[in-house]
Design a binder for this molecule. Structure first.
Ligand SMILES: *Cc1c(COP(=O)(O)O)cnc(C)c1O
Length: 387
């Protein structure tokens, strides 16, 4: 294999060497069930509680407010089920969310509608940010839950979560944000944003796969989604994924320590690529956020006129560069990205989009290599395009 460059960090990240080292050392010795009362169990329990503290530090909340899950998907599903249960008990009420959430929320919405739960989805503007006037109109005393993602996995657009949280609380609703893409890139604070629930996933910030985090504010309505044992004070059943949870804690500590420097580096790579593409390839559109403060620093989504995104992806892959055509979960379907369509892109442009997502282990040389190979790829594809 020649040179391989990974620019799909919004789909998942490579585990940090510090995380790999920590879990490799712990794995053979700490194998007790963290719920057991003997020494083996207590040793495992210590790793879980250590991690809980690191994660609470990163999210700016109390460790008792952290619940470990299998991923952000489970955390998000849990919150939507809690809201549905409240609505059922009250015999009325609504959930308000957006048209650009991750599939695990979009599909929860579809599912809950089949059960008779009322869900409103607020539209977004061309820049991928929530239309605040439309949101204002959707708010009311019957809203039970407002759920808006912090940063979008495709466009990188960041939402004004503190402001939306204030709007939610003003009408007595609970506030949830899916912060999966923001962790380690933006300062996320459950306290400052006055959140009731927050979801994220360890493998998006250089931790192991299969560990998610749900923050649920002390005293807030809660019902388990996974029923069974008394783990997490009855809030989430299932034997602790001790080693995975421990690794997530190490990743959280690193994320907190490096956030400023890392965000700066991600933005510099993203901007170099954006400027290079605009300067060297005609008929391109940069999708989503524009201003630094409204962007996930490492995400760049670009539409290339008269080319299929899938063709670009395959050609880049042959040249050793891994990118995505939108959400990894939607890959395999030939449908254009619902997120880009929600931003008002026409179907043609949405079909020609590529998402580059940078991470901790990328370098400026990676950007320069892409800028070297991408213009001739687009030229070739356009020459054979039938569109
Ligand atoms: C990746 C992702 C998820 C899902 O995380 P899992 O680890 O697959 O459960 C949810 N929301 C966003 C915004 C994501 O990027």
């Amino acid at each position: 294999m020649g040179r391989l460059i990974y620019l799909d960090n919004n789909a998942t990240t490579q585990m940090a060497p510090e995380v790999l080292d920590a879990i490799t050392k712990a794995e053979p010795v700490v194998y007790g069930n963290a719920s057991s009362m003997h020494t083996f169990g207590r040793e495992a329990g210590k790793l879980v509680e250590d991690s809980r503290k690191n994660i609470a530090d990163l999210l700016d909340c109390d460790p008792s407010e952290i619940i470990f899950t299998s991923g952000a998907s489970e955390a998000n599903n849990t919150v939507f089920m809690i809201a549905a249960s409240i609505i059922q008990k009250r015999g009325g009420g609504r959930i308000v969310t957006t048209t650009i959430e991750h599939p695990c929320i979009m599909e929860s919405v579809k599912y809950l509608r089949t059960k008779g739960i009322h869900v409103d989805q607020v539209p977004v503007n061309r820049d991928g940010r929530v239309n605040m006037e439309a949101l204002e109109k959707l708010m009311g005393p019957d809203v039970v839950l407002v759920s808006v993602m912090t940063g979008n996995n495709e466009t990188g657009s960041v939402q004004p979560i503190a402001k939306i949280s204030e709007m939610a609380h003003k009408c007595g609703a609970l506030m949830h944000t899916d912060a999966t893409q923001a962790i380690g890139k933006l300062k996320v604070s459950c306290r400052d944003w006055n959140l009731d629930y927050l979801s994220c996933s360890g493998h998006k910030f250089y931790g192991p796969k299969g560990v998610g985090v749900l923050y649920a504010r002390k005293g807030i309505p809660f019902e388990p989604f996974v029923h069974g044992g008394e783990q997490e004070h009855g809030r989430r059943a299932g034997t602790y994924n001790t080693i995975g949870i421990y690794g997530t804690g190490v990743a959280a500590k690193l994320a907190k320590e490096n956030i400023d420097e890392e965000s700066r580096k991600l933005w510099a790579m993203r901007e170099r690529l954006r400027e290079g593409i605009i300067a060297n390839i005609p008929n391109v559109t940069v999708n989503g956020c524009k201003e630094r403060e409204n962007c996930l620093p490492g995400t760049l989504d670009v539409s290339f006129e008269n080319v299929e995104g899938e063709s670009i992806l395959l050609m880049l892959d042959m040249a050793g560069v891994a990118v995505s055509t939108g959400s990894a979960c939607a890959t395999g379907s030939l449908e254009p990205s619902y997120v880009l369509l929600a931003c008002g892109l026409d179907v043609e442009l949405a079909h020609g989009s590529i998402r580059f997502s940078f991470g901790r282990f990328n370098t400026m040389e990676d950007v320069d290599y892409v800028l070297e190979i991408l213009p001739p790829i687009i030229k070739r594809l356009r020459a054979i395009s039938t569109r």
